[in-house]
Each structure stands twice: as structure tokens, then as C-alpha cells.
Design a binder for this molecule. Structure first.
Ligand SMILES: Cc1ncc(COP(=O)(O)O)c(C=O)c1O
Length: 494
């Protein structure tokens, strides 16, 4: 539908009418009866009620990260409604964590079922008192979406919590291999009480510059995207390797980008050796299949395959953080499926679209004693009930295909916009609807996001000047048309 970037006013008007009709037809097959045909604003954004609520909340906590206050009763499908009754097309979906859109009719019914309701309100300490349906529930999730070759699963609370525990599994496996057995010496048992070796060994997790893996104390040492997340907090002495910084379009910059891969992989090996010499060997390497908070930075399948062999050579666990990429937004359920890895990653962590945190892992990563990765809740059966239903809907409605089609469509048009409005935006990139463009400056990016919001579109940004799309899996070409038209209007304003 959205075939050209430059239109006369009457062409644009005609296009919008056609678009509304198309959207009307789509909203029925996207199974969101009642989804609006487009955004509509009642007030400037933020509106008066939003401003009042922000003042109230700021009295209680530092709340200045708040963008809008949401009416979750009224929000529906790909549209989010704020406290002032403004209706926005949501291309950011709660930092990429709403898989099907708001108030999906089938999810709304889940807790009408008495068994589900009782699982929700009687929240168990899953490590000690799981419900009698828990093994079946986990097997079901595994049979639906476990990454190929990973036959174990732990659920946790959030993304950081998943990564934090993944690190522990990597350390335990490393030490078990070094020790050569599953028992602990008396010295190890005593010394860990004083945070000293051999019980508390000097080991490292390597991550990449610009990475984001969470803000808990351990994961924060691997997060490298913004100073505000890290400043004042003590950190482990762990290495950060450079992540490839590609030039776009990829087809025109093949040799430059290949050199980037090589440069970064050489540094990985160097850092492994340096840290080993320091007496802090690298027990695990964590990275995102697409660096998300750090600016939507991509690397080639070759890069990931070579990195995995370096990890194998150095006995370090290869951990894929799929917290943001997992659950389908790239057009495959797990983004690392695009890399044709020689063998599965040792651990794949998830959260966001999966509703709760957790990780899949291989036999080597499985702790040999109980209580080694443990907390009170270890997940949440209520969220797993939602997850099961979401996964069945994704498969039944072939939503990954929809993501690929909508994504290709948007990417083509973003590429056109980039040509039309160079140098305001450049470097269109992404897989599925997990798309991004870079703005000329961070200020311009912020300005674009604000202007989009004032035209009824919520869009995300990532470090330092990236505009990122994180739509739901039910985002259609009709929704894409609305986004593209609004972006076109905004770009024309500059
Ligand atoms: C790749 C990645 N890992 C980890 C996290 C941390 O997840 P959470 O915010 O649920 O702790 C995020 C959050 O944005 C993320 O994008």
C-alpha cells in the first residue's frame, strides 16, 4: 500500500482513506475486534491528567522516566490509550514485551478458568512446592519453543535475573570441570564464607562494549551501554570486547564489515588470554544476537560462529541473551537460529515477550546439587499459563510469518525514506519487525520520537541516536502504513 515517500497532499489524503479501509479489514483478521482504525489525540502530549499524575508519582519516587500513564482497560491490540484518552499506535510495546497486543481476547479469558485462577492466586515457592502440573507445564513449553539441542529449563523473574543465574551456571560448570568431580573440599566450603578462593574463585564473564544484560549487581558488570546505569556501583573486573560496528547498506560494505568481525574476534582472543594471565579466566561469554539497548548493532552469522569456536577453545560457556530478541520479533522464534551455529549455545536466556524470565541450557550447565540456583518464586505459574496460551496463538496464527512479511515491507519503505531524507536518517537495519534506523544526531532522534508521539505514534529509541521499532507480533502492513505515513510527515517537517 505504502509505495512512495513523496506525495502531493491529495495523494496522501487518498492514501490515508485507502489505508483506513485496509486497516478496517485487517483488524478483523488480526482478531482484535474493536481495535481502532488509527491513532487519535484529544490533547497535546503529555495531557493535563498525565501531568497531574506525574507530579503525584514524583512525590513518591523518581518518576521522570515516565512517558505516559496508560489506561490498560481501554488499550487494545496495537493501540495504547493514555490517561487523557489519547490513542497511540504502539510500536514500542512496553520495551518489546507485549507479544500479541493489548487485551487479546483469548488471554482475557484465561483466568476465568478456575484451575488457572487458583494457580495464579496461590503463588508457590516453585523450587520446593511446585504444583502437581508443573513438570507437564514446563515440558509443554519446551516442546513448543526450546532452542534446538537445549533440553533443560529454569524459570526466573526477569531478564536480569535470568542472566544473573546463567552466569552462576557457567561458573559452576567451569569449576566442576576444573575440579574433575562434583564434590567440594573442606577448604572450598570454608573459604567461600570469606569471599576468597578457592571457594569463591576468581572467574570472569566476558561481554561486549555497548551490551545490555540487566542492572542487578552481577549483570551490571556485563552491561556497557550507558553510564547512568552503572555509575557509583562497584563492578567485577571482567573484560569487554568490542562489538562489530557495521556500515550500511551491508551489500556495499562487505569487506569493511568483515574486517570489523575479524578485528573484534582478535580482541576477544586477546582479552581471554590477558584475563587468564591475570588469574581471572573467562568462564562464560554473554552477548545479544542483536545488541538492542546499545543501538541495534548487528553482527554476521560468521561472527557468531567464530565466537562460539573461540569459546569452545577456551572452555567458556557461550551464552546468548535473547531477552529482547526472543519470542519472535525477528521473524524466527530465537534470533540465534539465523546464525546456523555449529552446535547450540550452552545457555539461552529470555524474558519480555516470554512473560517471565528464564533460560534453556544443556546438560553440562546443569548444577549437580540442589539449592545452587534458587529463590523463593523461581518464576510464576500464572505467567506460564499466559505463556502457553501465547505460544499456541503464535503457532496457530502463523505470527512469525506475519512478522517476516510486515518486517520486510517496513524495511523496504524505511530504506526508501532513508534515501529520500538522507542525511537525517541512515543505516536502516534489522530482522523481522525488529528494525532500526539511525538519526543524524541524538537530539534529532529525540525530536523525531517526540513529534511522532504528538502525531499518535509511540516509538522507541536506543543508545545513542537510534530509532527502534519493537512492535507486537500482530503488527500488520496496515499498522506499518500508519507508522510510515507519520514518520514521513515528521521527516518533512525538518
Ligand atoms: C538483552 C537484554 N538483556 C537483559 C535485559 C534485562 O531484562 P529486565 O529488564 O527484565 O531485567 C534486557 C532489558 O531490556 C535486555 O534487553
Amino acid at each position: 500500500m505504502w509505495s512512495r515517500c513523496t506525495r502531493t497532499r491529495s495523494e496522501l489524503y487518498k492514501h490515508v482513506l485507502l489505508n483506513l479501509e485496509y486497516q478496517r479489514r485487517c483488524s478483523s483478521f488480526a482478531s482484535f475486534p474493536g481495535e481502532p482504525v488509527g491513532p487519535s489525540l484529544q490533547t497535546p502530549v503529555p495531557g493535563p491528567k498525565t501531568k497531574r499524575l506525574l507530579a503525584d508519582l514524583n512525590k513518591i519516587q523518581q518518576a521522570n522516566s515516565t512517558q505516559i500513564f496508560v489506561n490498560y482497560d481501554k488499550s487494545i491490540g496495537n493501540y495504547i490509550v493514555d490517561a487523557d484518552d489519547n490513542v497511540f499506535l504502539d510500536t514500542f510495546t512496553q520495551i518489546s514485551s507485549i507479544p500479541l497486543g493489548y487485551n487479546h481476547p483469548e488471554l482475557l479469558k484465561l483466568f476465568e478458568n478456575e484451575h488457572n485462577l487458583k494457580s495464579l492466586i496461590n503463588r508457590p515457592a516453585l523450587g520446593v512446592f511446585p504444583g502437581d502440573d508443573w513438570p507437564k507445564k514446563l515440558s509443554n513449553i519446551m516442546s513448543l519453543v526450546a532452542p534446538k539441542g537445549l533440553h533443560h529449563l529454569n524459570t526466573m523473574m526477569c531478564g536480569a535475573c535470568a542472566n544473573e543465574n546463567a552466569f552462576k551456571h557457567a561458573f559452576m560448570a567451569y569449576q566442576r570441570r576444573t575440579r574433575g568431580n562434583d564434590d567440594f573440599s573442606t577448604e572450598e566450603q570454608t573459604s567461600c564464607g570469606f569471599n576468597t578462593p578457592p571457594g569463591s574463585p576468581h572467574l570472569a564473564i566476558m561481554s561486549f562494549q555497548h551490551a545490555f544484560h540487566g542492572r542487578t549487581l552481577g549483570t551490571l558488570s556485563t552491561t556497557r551501554s550507558k553510564y547512568i546505569q552503572k555509575i557509583d556501583i562497584p563492578a567485577f573486573d571482567w573484560p569487554a570486547a568490542p562489538f562489530p560496528a557495521y556500515k550500511y547498506p551491508l551489500e556495499e560494505n562487505e569487506s569493511y564489515n568483515q574486517n570489523e568481525d575479524n578485528r573484534c574476534l582478535e580482541q576477544v582472543e586477546d582479552l581471554m588470554e590477558q584475563w587468564s594471565k591475570k588469574g581471572i579466566p573467562v568462564a562464560g561469554v554473554i552477548l545479544e544476537p542483536i545488541q538492542s539497548e546499545g543501538g541495534d548493532n548487528h553482527a554476521s552469522a560468521d561472527f557468531f560462529r567464530n565466537l562460539q569456536s573461540i569459546c569452545k577453545k577456551h572452555n567458556a560457556a557461550f551464552i546468548m541473551d535473547e531477552v529482547q530478541t526472543g519470542g519472535g520479533p525477528t521473524g524466527r522464534f530465537w534470533c540465534h537460529e539465523y546464525f546456523d551455529l555449529e552446535s547450540p549455545p550452552d545457555i539461552v536466556t529470555f524474558s519480555k515477550k516470554m512473560q517471565l524470565g528464564g533460560y534453556f541450557f544443556n546438560e553440562d550447565m546443569k548444577p549437580r546439587q540442589p539449592y545452587r540456583t534458587f529463590n523463593t518464586w523461581m518464576g510464576d505459574p500464572g505467567k506460564v499459563i499466559m505463556l502457553e496460551s501465547i505460544l499456541n496463538i503464535i503457532l496457530r496464527d502463523n505470527l512469525l510469518q506475519l512478522v517476516r512479511e510486515t518486517g520486510d515491507y517496513m524495511k523496504d519503505h524505511l530504506n526508501n525514506l532513508e534515501k529520500e531524507f538522507s542525511p537525517l536518517i541512515h543505516s536502516t537495519r534489522g530482522r523481522g519487525t525488529f528494525l532500526a534506523v539511525t538519526a543524524k544526531t541524538p537530539e534529532l532522534r529525540d525530536d523525531i520520537i517526540n513529534r511522532l508521539r504528538n502525531k499518535g505514534v509511540i516509538c522507541g529509541g536506543s543508545h545513542p541516536q537510534t530509532l527502534r521499532l519493537r512492535t507486537s507480533l500482530t503488527f500488520t502492513k496496515a499498522h506499518a502504513d500508519i507508522f510510515l505515513d507519520k514518520l514521513l510527515q515528521v521527516l518533512k517537517e525538518f
